[in-house]
Each structure stands twice: as C-alpha cells, then as structure tokens.
Design a binder for this molecule. Structure first.
Ligand code: ZN
Length: 162
C-alpha cells in the first residue's frame, strides 16, 4: 500500500495517518550497495488541508543495514526524521499531483529518506578500519571488483600508489 490520502477526508479537519511503507513500495531496494533498507518504513503523520497546500507533519522511522566504509562490517542504523514537515502546494511549479481526489505522499517520503541515508556509513566514530590509509573521501571503490576472499582489488591498487 502506498501512502495516499483522499482530500475529501480532510474537509472536516486534520487527519492522523499511521502505518508502514515497504522497501519495494519506496523503491529503495537497489539504491546503494553500502546501505540497504531492511525493514519497512514507519510513519506517523498529521495531514491538514490548507489554503495554499497540503500540510504534512510528523515522524518517519526506518532501519537500514549498512556496511561500514572503513572495516566493511555490517551494522544496523536507525534513521529517524522526528520532525518531518512540508507544505505541498496546490498551485505553481511544484504543485502536488492530485488524482481522483487523492494525493500520493510516497514520493515525498522517499525523497527525504534518500537524503537522510548516510553517504559514508561508519560502524562507529572510532572505527579505524582495515587499513589506516583509505583513499580520500573514505569510501573504497569496491563493489563488483571484490575478490572471492573478500579483499578489495581497488584497495590493493591504492596501496601501491602510497
Ligand atoms: Zn567500521
């Protein structure tokens, strides 16, 4: 089920929506090899119809499985947007898409969750990693070039440069 709201239900006043959005619904499955959403996203939102747009306020919560960019250890990270809010305008360039009196909030949730995902996940601030000399930016260019024993071909090349 996508996160949709029927605008007619907002005519009498604000509406409270609670539920879950699956990883496939959010189209997050193939996002990033270092960050994999493992469980559905939970939302707890208050929606209100206003003169200029649809006001959305509330909380988004999701657990993601990350791979530490330094030591390659897997760990779970809880993302929480405790104070998520936005006004989706009725008019203008960014106007919200209304079809059959319904608004689909899924793309808005997706966008902000993607922004909240860590770019360089670390298992902990003190992680010293496999090697103290990772390339600048901290993220080894591994992925498809990983050798069967788990070491990273690119990391080996980088060692040569040093
Ligand atoms: Zn680590």
């Amino acid at each position: 089920m996508r996160l949709t709201v029927n605008l007619h239900h907002l005519e009498k006043g604000p509406l409270h929506l609670q539920g879950e959005l699956s990883v496939s619904e959010l189209e997050l499955a193939d996002l990033d090899e270092m960050v994999r959403p493992a469980k559905p996203l939970r939302y707890d939102l208050e929606l209100a119809r206003q003169e200029h747009g649809l006001l959305v306020q509330g909380r988004l919560e999701m657990s993601v499985e990350c791979e530490c960019v330094r030591c390659l250890k897997s760990f779970e990270l809880r993302l929480e947007l405790a104070d998520w809010s936005g006004l989706l305008p009725w008019e203008g360039e960014d106007k919200v898409l209304v079809s059959n009196d319904c608004v689909d909030l899924t793309p808005y949730v997706r966008e902000d969750i993607v922004l909240a995902l860590p770019q360089h996940p670390l298992c902990g601030p003190e992680c010293s990693g496999l090697s103290a000399r990772l390339p600048a930016g901290g993220r080894p260019s591994c992925g498809a070039s990983q050798t069967p024993d788990g070491s990273c071909a690119w990391a080996e090349l980088n060692k040569l440069k040093f």
